[in-house]
Write a protein that binds this ligand. Structure first.
Ligand code: FAD
Length: 592
């Protein structure tokens, strides 16, 4: 059976030593001192280790079942959900006006990683509720907020997002679900949505579905889409539950992973719904939810790689196989542990350097979100908007890659269900697809985000790397293997952006055929920057009284590995981009 321990020490290092959370001029951050975040993360770790992680395999093996129109979650989920709810874990960063605790999003992010590593499928029930909460909070009327939010903050009522239909996923302009206006101001919603996560379950009294639909007579395409609140059970003006709405579950999908989360076909049959935000501006409202969800999905990617890595590391230290070619390390045993072999080391270093770099990137991104929201900082907002598709696309691609790399450490035992390693790979796989498949994230990055506000945000990113390198040119730790690779990788990225600017105008396929490579190389540069920041911090702390030298030296060595063995990938991606779209587009469709 796999195990999980919350990586609170590394989280604290990132939060305080690297990001200096409590010293930031962001409202609410003054409370985020080391003791406070440590206590919250330790408690979350206990919940994860004692309650959620033991249910991970249960959820995977039992899955959800549709019985008489109601979805039954796996054994123990309901009790665990009550515990999560009672512990206030669903409300950490929600608005205090609606019963939340008002903590920074950064705190929620640290806790989110822990809960997601321990049990991704389970954590999605509250994750989607949080997304729906945010959309109503940002776009609802005061009356809507007062009616729906308090119960969603506590997860007494959970939430969902309903975009996908059988014939449309990426291209939502093709949507057929209809909304017919009623005299009382409500709408009747009719249509079918598929693949709806947490679409139904037995863990809450009500489910608040956010549904995209077209109002009768709306403009064609995406400009005619509006967003509606459609509850499973109708709620009167005093907040009392009433009759069942015209919402039902058609079936639950059988799928590759996240079996503990119900993925439902939802049928809306003249269901009562209420417009959220402006008519025909549904995508704008939905994007509030989707941007947050995309960051949450990026987090899922590295969170699965984290738990997979923890188990692969333990196995490599324990499993005896072969001898160290430079001299035996376990003379009293029949063989040396796997960890002596350079190829196993390479694999584990890939995993470790990814996960720790990704954590720093996501925590730093969460701080940008807090800065954007709490300080109304438009630059921070622009920067995180640019980086959102990279967080989603790059971290989930790599999260899956390293979850399977961790399987590889186990050899055949990684493929056998008994050891639990295949679940991490199966669960991680969906993160590359939902919330906009990763290919579409790359298009968003190159087609929209790169040129946003005249390219101001990408220039700000390049400036950030450049000034970091300049300011730290004499740093002894960084001089040894950090600054030069970072500068080179950032130069590759700028050359790719320049290529898009010059060639993309003449032939849009030049940019689109290179978009995936660009997203990947951008991810590497972002993690490279994070590693340089972490190494500088660790190097600076080595001389402190009582410094944890083992931890700090391992941090620097892991960073050096990333710079030497991962960052050079930018050169390959640049060559591919500069080779142009011709080889990609040459074949006629019939030749495939
Ligand atoms: C387990 C699971 C849970 C899900 N949960 C939810 C949920 O809660 N709510 C919800 O609404 N949906 C949900 N989805 C749906 C998910 O978001 C979609 O499957 C996804 O967005 C892709 O849509 P699609 O499957 O229709 O693929 P398509 O849109 O048909 O795309 C197929 C492929 O083509 C690519 N592609 C499409 N258009 C372009 C283009 N213009 N240029 C280049 N490439 C393109 C895509 O990247 C993709 O690889 C879930 C799906 C699954 C499997």
């Amino acid at each position: 059976m796999p195990s999980y321990t919350a990586p609170t020490k590394d989280m604290q290092f990132v939060l305080h030593d690297v990001l200096g959370a409590s010293t930031q001029d962001i409202p609410g951050y003054e409370e985020m001192d080391r003791d406070f975040t440590g206590a919250v993360l330790e408690e979350a770790g206990k919940l994860a280790q004692e309650v959620l992680h033991p249910l991970n395999v249960v959820g995977d093996t039992q899955g959800c079942k549709l019985e008489n129109g109601i979805v039954r979650t796996p054994d123990g989920f309901k009790e665990a959900f009550d515990q999560v709810r009672d512990g206030g874990w669903t409300a950490l960063d929600c608005d205090t006006q609606y019963g939340g605790q008002g903590l920074p999003y950064l705190m929620q992010t640290g806790v989110g990683e822990i809960l997601s590593s321990a049990n991704m499928a389970f954590n999605m029930y509250q994750g989607l509720t949080h997304g729906a909460y945010s959309a109503i909070h940002a776009h609802g009327t005061d009356a809507q907020k007062a009616k729906w939010l308090p119960k969603m903050v506590t997860c007494e009522w959970t939430g969902t997002m309903n975009l996908t239909e059988p014939h449309c996923g990426t291209d939502l302009g093709l949507m057929r679900t209809k909304a017919v206006p009623q005299e009382d101001g409500s709408y009747r919603i009719t249509g079918q949505k598929i693949f709806i996560s947490a679409g139904d379950h037995d863990m809450s009294d009500n489910i608040v579905h956010l549904v995209l639909a077209k109002i009768q007579g709306a403009p064609e395409g995406i400009k005619g889409v509006s967003l509606f609140i459609v509850p499973k059970v109708l709620v009167d003006d005093d907040g009392n539950l009433g009759a069942r709405n015209g919402v039902s579950v058609g079936k639950i999908e059988e799928k590759m992973g996240i079996h503990g989360n119900s993925t439902c076909v939802m049928n809306y049959d003249e269901a009562e719904g209420y417009l959220l935000g402006d008519a025909h501006k549904g995508m704008r409202a939905m994007f509030t939810m989707m941007n947050e969800a995309r960051l949450g999905v990026g987090l899922q990617g590295y969170a699965q790689a984290e738990i997979a890595y923890q188990n692969a590391r333990a196995y490599a230290l324990d499993r005896l196989q072969g001898r160290d070619v430079t001299g035996t390390k376990n003379p009293d045993g029949p063989a040396d542990p796997l960890i002596v072999h350079p190829d196993i080391r390479r694999n584990l270093m890939d995993q470790k350097s990814f996960v720790e770099g990704a954590r720093a990137f996501v925590f730093w991104g969460a701080m940008m979100i807090d800065r954007a929201h709490r300080n109304a900082d438009e630059d921070a907002d622009g920067l995180i908007s640019l980086l959102t598709p990279i967080i989603k696309g790059f971290l989930t691609d790599k999260g899956f890659e390293y979850a399977t790399a961790a399987q590889q450490v186990y050899g055949g035992h990684g493929y056998i269900e008994e050891w639990g390693m295949s679940q991490f790979a199966r669960d991680a796989r969906i993160a590359m697809i939902y919330e906009g498949a990763n290919g579409v994230q790359a298009l968003d990055l190159v087609g929209r985000k790169l040129a946003q506000d005249g390219g101001k945000h990408v220039m700000a990113f390049f400036d950030m790397v450049k000034s970091f390198c300049k300011e730290n040119a004499e740093d002894e730790t960084l001089k040894a293997g950090f600054l030069e690779p970072l500068k080179a990788a950032s130069k590759d990225l700028q050359s790719a952006a320049m290529y898009f600017m010059q060639s993309g105008m003449k032939n849009p396929n030049a940019a689109l055929a290179g978009s995936y490579d660009f997203m990947t190389m951008f991810g590497h540069v972002a993690l490279g920057l994070m590693w340089a920041k972490m190494a500088k911090t660790a190097g600076g702390m080595l001389g402190d009284d009582g410094a944890d030298r083992d931890f700090l030296e391992a941090k620097i060595a892991t960073g050096r590995y990333y710079m030497a063995r991962q960052l050079p990938a930018t050169g390959m991606h640049l060559s591919r981009i500069q080779s142009g779209p011709e080889t990609v587009m040459e074949l006629e469709p019939t030749a495939f």
